[in-house]
Design a protein around this ligand. Structure first.
Ligand SMILES: Cc1ncc(COP(=O)(O)O)c(C=O)c1O
Length: 343
C-alpha cells in the first residue's frame, strides 16, 4: 500500500510498460520461494490469469480442439474452454482416503484420443491438493509424450501449506508447450489490481500469445499494478510466511471443529490454498439448496460445490482466508445448520 501511495504522488498514470524491476522482482520471488528461476524474457504480463488462459487457448489450439481439465475444478476453466470454441474433456479426480488423485489411466487414454491442451490447477482449487514432485513429473512427461500444451494455473503457488509446492516450470521436457500462470492476486489479496504473469519458455509460443494480446488492444496490467507487483515480490516474504503459518492454524481449526461438532461432515485433506473442500452430502441436499439455506437462514456464504464439477453435488467450498474470530463465527453457524438438520 505504501508503494502504491508513493506512486500516486506522481500525477500521471498513463499507458505504460513495466520497468525491468518488475520482471526481476517476479524472478527473484520464484527463485527464492519455489526453486525455479524463470527467465525474465519468458514473462508476459497480462490482466488476469483467466484472461491469459483464454488467450493461450485461442492462440494455440484450433477451434473445436479437445481441452482437458481435472474435475472438480475452478469453474472459469469450463467457461474458458467452451467460450473459446473448444471441446471440454473432463477427467474426474479419484477420491481415496479423503484426498484426490489423478486417474492416470483415464488421463492417458484421453491423451491418446486427441486432447490438445490440459488446463491444470496447482495447488488445486477447490480440492486443496499440492501436487507432489512425482505427480508433476508424470504429468509433464505424459503431456510431452503426447505433444499436448500444458496451461498450468499456479495462482495459488504461494499457499503450499503441508509440502513444498512444485511448479511445472521445473520440468524442461514440457518447456516447448508450457504456459505457467501466476499473480499477486491471491498471495497478497490484490485481485482488484487486475494483474498476472504468464511464463512461457518457448519464444515462439510467447510471441504468438503476445501478438494476440496486443492485437486486441489489451492494455494492462495498469501502472499501479506494476508498482504493486514489484513491491509485493520484493518485500513480501516475511508477510507471506506469516500468512501461511496463520492459514495452517485455520485449516487445523476447521478439521478439529468438524471432527468434534459435525462428525458426519469431512474436509478433503488440505495441503494448500486458502480454500477447503467439504463433503456435506450427509445433509441429503444439493449444493444449491445448501447454498441458499446457509445464506438465508444462517448468514453464511459458502461456494456451491456443484459449480466445480458434476460429481461434486453435496460438496461445498469454504474460504478460510480470514481472521480466526470470523472463521469461528462461520463454523458456529455451520454447526447450527448441522444441529437443526441432524437432530
Ligand atoms: C485457480 C484460480 N485461477 C484463477 C483465478 C482468478 O484469477 P484472475 O482474477 O487473475 O483471472 C482464481 C481466483 O479465484 C483461481 O482460484
Amino acid at each position: 500500500m505504501r508503494a502504491i501511495q508513493k506512486r500516486c504522488d506522481h500525477p500521471i498514470i498513463g499507458y505504460s510498460d513495466p520497468l525491468p524491476g518488475v520482471y526481476t522482482a517476479i524472478q527473484g520471488w520464484w527463485e527464492r520461494r519455489h526453486g525455479w528461476k524463470p527467465e525474465t524474457d519468458w514473462m508476459l504480463l497480462s490482466y488476469g490469469v483467466v484472461t491469459g488462459i483464454y488467450f493461450a487457448l485461442e492462440t494455440l489450439v484450433p477451434r473445436g480442439g479437445k481441452v482437458l481439465v481435472f474435475t472438480p475444478v475452478y469453474d472459469p476453466f469450463f467457461a474458458a474452454v467452451k467460450n473459446s470454441g473448444h471441446t471440454l474433456v473432463e477427467c474426474p479426480l479419484l477420491l481415496q482416503d479423503q484426498s484426490y488423485t489423478i486417474d492416470w489411466a483415464r488421463f492417458e487414454d484421453e491423451l491418446k484420443h486427441g486432447v490438445e491442451a490440459v488446463v491444470f490447477c496447482n495447488p488445486h482449487n477447490p480440492v486443496g491438493r499440492v501436487w507432489t514432485a512425482d505427480e508433476m513429473d508424470r504429468l509433464t512427461q505424459l503431456c510431452a509424450q503426447y505433444s499436448v500444451y500444458l496451461l498450468s494455473d499456479e495462482i495459488h503457488a504461494d499457499f503450499g501449506l503441508t509440502r513444498p509446492y512444485t511448479t511445472a516450470g521445473r520440468y524442461p521436457c514440457i518447456h516447448k508447450k508450457l504456459v505457467v500462470y501466476t499473480a499477486i492476486s491471491k498471495s497478497f489479496n490484490l485481485a482488484g489490481m487486475g494483474s498476472s504473469c504468464m511464463m512461457i519458455p518457448n519464444p515462439d509460443l510467447k510471441k504468438r500469445i503476445q501478438e494476440a494480446y496486443d492485437s486486441r488492444w489489451m492494455f494492462g496490467p495498469s501502472d499501479l499494478a506494476f508498482t504493486a507487483m514489484e513491491a509485493a515480490y520484493t518485500h513480501g516474504d516475511a508477510w507471506m510466511d506469516a500468512q501461511c503459518a496463520y492459514l495452517r492454524q485455520n485449516s487445523q481449526m476447521v478439521t478439529r471443529f468438524l471432527a468434534e461438532r459435525m462428525p458426519r461432515v469431512w474436509a478433503a485433506r488440505h495441503e494448500g490454498t486458502f480454500l477447503m473442500w467439504l463433503d456435506m452430502t450427509c445433509f441429503g441436499k444439493s449444493s444449491a439448496e445448501l447454498t441458499e439455506l446457509l445464506a438465508r437462514k444462517y448468514g453464511l456464504a459458502l461456494g456451491d460445490g456443484s459449480h466445480y464439477g458434476r460429481q461434486a453435488d453435496g460438496f461445498m467450498r469454504l474460504n478460510i482466508g480470514c481472521p480466526q474470530v470470523t472463521l469461528q463465527q462461520g463454523l458456529d453457524r455451520l454447526a447450527a445448520l448441522y444441529d437443526d438438520c441432524m437432530r
